[in-house]
Design a protein around this ligand. Sequence first.
Ligand code: FPP
Length: 215
Amino acid sequence: MDGNGRWALAQDKKRTEGHKKGGEAAKQVITQCAKLGVKYLTLFAFSAENWNRPTQEVGFLMDLLLLYIKREVTTLTKNNIKFSVIGDLSKLDDKTKKAVNDLQNKTSNNTGLHLQVAISYGARQEIVNAAQKIAASEQGFTTDNFAKHLYTNNVPDPDLLIRTGGELRISNFLLWQLAYTELYFTKTLWPDFTADDLNKAIDEFKSRERRYGNV
Ligand code: FPP
């Protein structure tokens, strides 16, 4: 969800205003995915590297995430959405950890869209963590077993990655899982990204031919 800061700058607002508008865009995209029957949606909300941002911005983002996690229970229930978080949750404060756990529990039996929010997430860290767990368990390093030790265990690899904000890179997101994912880049800044933009990305995805290394 890239471009919140630039969106705010362009309107002569504080970066935090961009994050606030970004939260609204996220809600729109989540409900549109539920409506379309998308089975899995993963949103990159806060990276392992984002902890290095100014304290005030980190605090604002954490408060915003906590607000959504606490406030949107009814939106999730109404739309039959299952919620989970991927990332290094040990770095979150106790009240956020509790709110995450509560929402995961409350929505665990929902059967519609599975929404994963990546918080304090880094793909390299996830891969090292999986390797450490396998090494400690004396299990085999097969690709299937490796995938089972990632945060995304039981969630299929993404079909489509959308990166907003015009950057043409992956930035430590789902490096293992993106092996055969179709990539879609748009200059639209995240706060301006609408349900129509999502539909456009999905239409373009439908026109792609996926060969998985085959002919
Ligand atoms: C990247 O833009 C965006 C973030 C670091 C925060 C994204 C988080 C939200 C939108 C909070 C709400 C999330 C949910 C799931 C409700 P940037 O700050 O790097 O923008 P820039 O590239 O223009 O500086």
